[in-house]
Design a protein around this ligand. Sequence first.
Ligand code: HAM
Length: 418
Amino acid sequence: MIQSVRGTKDILPDAISNWHLIEDVFRNISTLFGYEELRTPIFEKTEVFSRSIGETTDIVNKEMYTFTDRSGESLTLRPEMTAAIARSILQNSLLDAGTSLRIWYFGPLFRYERPQKGRFRQFYQYGAECIGSPNPESDAEVIFLAHQLFKSSGIGNYKLLINSLGSDENRLAYRNVLIKYFTSVKSKLSEDSLFRLENNPLRILDSKDEQDRYVIASAPQIIECLNPESKNHFDSVLSNLDASSIDYEISPRLVRGLDYYNHTVFEFQHSSLGAQDSFGGGGRYNGLFSQLGGKPTPAIGFALGVERMLLILENNQTEKQATNKTDVYIVTHTHAQSQFAQILANKLRGRNLKITTDLNRRSVKSQMREANRLGAKYTVIIGENEVLSGNYMIKNMSNGEQVECELDRIMEYEFNIF
Ligand code: HAM
């Protein structure tokens, strides 16, 4: 039998209700904050990602699904959305000067990572991007939005880690400080980090290697390289969070896995997730639009890993809520009544009731069993006599009560489905 690709999974009908729940929260809360949905294609020209995420990041270096199409063009299945959203905003001239554009998105992404719990090769993200404001109130707004999304979907007890990478100049100064420090402890670094030291020393701070982590714990902090302007920006973001009672923890070596960030970076962690405890993250990326050929445009945003959010929710859910898949099951004595059953079913669906009929010509007994399995609140039983007399039996499945009802009255019958 052909199996699905490693690191991908089917979202089965039994699991879909939590997805629908969380997708409703995404749509409703984003709208409350004035964010509009933008959908971009699942693949882009490779340079959209290689130019913006950074050539020396793990994503670009090791994880992209890149292929050449039949015309010889290099294309990539999107490994993240921010660059694609920026490309679309530029291409469609969506941003008016001096204003803010608020965008949200939801969809599948692709990264060739080693699959494990909460880590897939195809996974879903919800994200929000606030484009056009350099001011700390926009940093605070996106964090408020994330906070409200967690609250509305029932995710509590999470940790918000936050740091500032400062301006490009501050980053450059920090880079030199890091080169000095890591060169002095070079013999203790992993092979990957030795490569990073040559090419992009900031990336060492993002290493998951245990030996590297030990060395990183004593590395200089970027806060020491921030100029007063960057420091002010960061302080204002924190004071906005304080004013709204949002808890956070300053994480002085948080750099995140993408190169386009400057100033504020942040991450959401949940202890119930185990090794992959980060279920969302984001930051400011004031240089991304110019990297993609646009005017310099300040922006900030974040993305949430939907599978990881659902894992947190599943860990919280003590028992699976029973969902009824049908309200009324129409039982037929023989298939001679099936055409009639379908007419009735279509009429009742017009009343917004979930209706199921038998398609396998089963016995009355097994249709009743099926009605139970689907959680039907009522059955309507149709036999030859019923068709001849025009009177049908409605059975309330929870208390067993049966009433005889004429066809016209079935259409008005008060089915108590709650
Ligand atoms: P990211 O940290 O690469 O950021 O991804 C955001 C979230 O996506 C992660 O925190 C995680 O929950 C989820 N995620 C990432 N990789 C996987 C995977 N292989 N399997 C399952 N879930 C995964 C970004 O993508 C940035 N574009 C966020 C952003 C938006 N920054 C500014 N705006």
